[in-house]
Ligand binder design. Structure first.
Ligand code: ADP
Ligand code: GN1
Ligand code: MG
Length: 352
């Protein structure tokens, strides 16, 4: 694998040759490496063409969005072209290179309120920066990405096939998803009725998709732009809360450590609301607490679907990794459901 990575890297217009290539980060989709040359560092990624089959459109989206952000003075990903001026290299796999953004860190859990508050402000500002981006320039690289009722149908299909015979191992989680099936449609239905605006959204706003300054903890750059597509801002708010307002990692096995944290929710809401209070609509504001629940239960459903399907989608490190992940999400979703009122009040007071 590393040999393939060394070979792929040779095809890019980089400063110097790779001295060292190491696996890097905690992403679940692409295989990411940190490359060191004599003078600088790069991120090299083996692109996941199973998840994103259309690499041309994917990279066109990313180039268009990063140009838009850069023109507005925001720090963003820089796509390093290949030696033939293409945005990615097509070999046995497809590969791309970004400048490594130095002096930054990513977190797998919120280390303190400040980091999460800053990420909330940054994702809110990201939303504002894309408010005038022409959505018709974007290809919907994964259609229906956050269509939760459809995700539920996919889950039911995987359950009925049960190709790995794993359903007995997750009876409690299956029961949770079935018991909640009446709760999955509110955002999809409100979008369909035109009650919520379609915006250009990130769609994958977990805390490790934002680079924080290693010294000041200020947000530096929103990364992982693969899923920038038309969507609802509720997807972005909810997904951030799902990941960052938990007291434990997404794959914590000991569920006693996993709780939804109201203080972390408030910290994120403070940053986020400060950025979007001039642009968010009333129906969107009202659904913010529900979006946290919905994105969390949806993610749990997706992990469980993949567990049932034999780990075809998310990268996993051990046998029941997807089940462990699903369990944390469903535990969090259950706790969030009981906090709507408190969450609603926290959001409302910060929108004034
Ligand atoms: P995936 O789609 O698999 O989640 P990401 O694009 O999010 O892949 O990259 C995985 C991780 O690599 C990120 O969470 C971050 O820690 C790191 N990373 C990605 N791009 C950069 C970059 N340009 N500079 C510094 N770190 C990066
Ligand atoms: C994936 O790519 P990454 O690891 O940042 C996934 C998200 C999930 C997330 C769960 C394209 O995000 O939708 O919410 O894992 N990305 C894609 O951690 O499916
Ligand atoms: Mg990522």
């Amino acid at each position: 694998m590393t040999e393939e990575a060394f070979n792929a890297f040779l095809h890019f217009e980089t400063e110097g040759r790779a001295q060292e290539i190491c696996p890097y980060g905690e992403g679940h989709i692409n295989v990411t490496y940190l490359v060191t040359t004599p003078t600088r560092r790069y991120i090299l990624q083996r692109m996941n063409t199973r998840v994103f089959p259309d690499s041309d459109s994917l990279m066109q989206n990313i180039c268009a969005v990063t140009e838009h952000l850069r023109a507005k003075g925001a720090e963003t990903l820089h796509v390093v072209p290949t030696k033939s001026a293409e945005p990615y290299w097509r070999g046995e796999h497809n590969w791309r290179v970004y400048d490594f953004i130095e002096g930054t860190v990513t977190y797998q859990t919120s280390p303190n309120m400040e980091v999460f508050r800053n990420s909330g402000r940054a994702f809110g500002e990201f939303q504002n920066l894309l408010a005038d981006f022409d959505a018709s320039r974007l290809t919907e690289v994964i259609p229906h990405f956050h269509d939760t009722p459809r995700r539920y149908a996919d889950f039911l299909a995987a359950l009925s096939s049960d190709v790995c015979g794993r359903s007995a191992a997750c009876a409690e989680e299956i029961a949770f998803l079935r018991a909640h099936e009446g709760t999955y449609g509110r955002i999809a239905e409100a979008l369909a009725r035109g009650e919520l605006p379609l915006r250009v959204t990130h769609n994958d706003t977990k805390l490790n998709n934002i680079l924080m300054d290693a010294h000041s903890d200020a947000a530096r750059a929103v990364i992982d732009l693969d899923t920038v597509m038309p969507g609802s801002l509720l997807y972005d708010f909810g997904d951030s809360i799902r990941f960052g307002a938990s007291t434990a990692a997404e794959d914590e096995r000991d569920l006693r450590k996993v709780h939804f944290s109201m203080p972390l929710f408030e910290a994120y809401a403070e940053g986020y609301c400060a950025a979007v209070k001039g642009s968010i609509s009333e129906p969107e504001r009202q659904l913010l607490p529900y979006s946290a629940y919905l994105m969390t239960v949806e993610c749990g459903m997706r992990f469980l679907t993949d567990f049932l399907a034999g780990d075809q989608y998310f990268l996993t490190k051990y046998e029941d990794h997807n089940l462990v992940r699903a369990r944390t999400q469903l535990k969090l979703a259950g706790e969030m459901e009981r906090c709507y009122k408190e969450m609603g009040e926290a959001v409302k007071s910060r929108m004034q």
